[in-house]
Design a protein around this ligand. Structure first.
Ligand code: NAP
Length: 219
């Protein structure tokens, strides 16, 4: 899981996370994508951030190939509504087709429009996408190293299901106030102890942290 937040815990400034980014955070964002088989994201983030596909440079593609990975990781979007514009960057500004994982409540015309626009659409047998079905759909495609870029609702579900092994959290050197949410949200709390694995500080004040799920009794 990868997130950026302000010092006061805001995940957005003026509606998107872009203004929170710093050079160190952008470098980490790119590196995490390089290492992943797939980038998973909730549809709310795709809509508000106008997500396009990943576009690794030639050197990155070569390193991925040398590791036995596909040159470009697809974006996988979870959505109950399939409310994704087929003309949006997700489908039109991408090197590889996105994967759209949705449920049986999604309107068929929207699903068909996404298929026609080139998406690899998976429909699971529930209204929303259970974490187990999400991971199974990715594993079927041999996408096992999963990077999730949020947003907070999806992170909340994954925490509830204890499916988060690591969190990379960047603290951006700014205060935001306003009504922005936190990095994880869900109807009920799901306390998960985490172990600090890395703390890096950049000269501009950015703090990069990496937290690993603490599982007592397991290595
Ligand atoms: N600071 C950061 O690093 C960061 C990262 C990511 C996002 N954000 C911000 O977070 C905000 C979006 O928050 P959010 O909580 O709405 O984001 P989200 O989790 O990306 O999106 C929620 C939506 O994703 C879909 N979804 C999530 N889990 C699902 C599941 N299990 N099954 C089916 N669909 C599922 C649903 O889409 P449908 O409505 O289509 O059914 C749901 O409404 C944006 O403002 C974005 O900029 C910040």
């Amino acid at each position: 899981m990868n997130f950026v937040s302000s010092i006061d815990g805001a995940v957005t400034s003026d509606g998107t996370s872009g203004a929170l980014g710093t050079p160190a955070d952008r470098r980490l964002f790119t590196l995490l994508r390089e290492l992943s088989d797939v980038v998973v994201v909730g549809a709310g983030t795709v809509r508000s951030e106008n997500y396009g596909g990943a576009k690794p440079d030639a050197a990155t593609r070569d390193r991925r190939l040398a590791r036995g990975q596909a040159p470009v990781p697809p974006i996988a979007v979870v959505t109950t509504s399939a409310h994704i514009d087929p003309r949006s960057r997700l489908l039109t500004d991408t090197v590889v087709p996105p994967i759209v994982i949705t449920g049986r409540a999604a309107p068929e015309d929207r699903v068909q429009a996404l298929v026609a626009a080139g998406a690899d659409v998976v429909t699971v047998a529930d209204d929303a996408v259970p974490t187990s079905a999400l991971l199974a759909a990715l594993a079927e495609r041999n996408l096992n190293r999963v990077l999730c870029e949020g947003g907070p609702s999806l992170f909340g579900q994954l925490l509830r299901d204890d499916a988060v092994d690591e969190l990379c959290l960047t603290t951006s050197p700014m205060l935001v106030a306003g009504g922005a949410g936190r990095i994880a949200s869900s109807p009920a709390s799901s306390p998960r102890p985490m172990r600090r694995a890395h703390v890096l500080a950049d000269d501009d004040g950015t703090i990069l942290t990496r937290w690993v799920r603490e599982r007592p009794g397991r290595l």
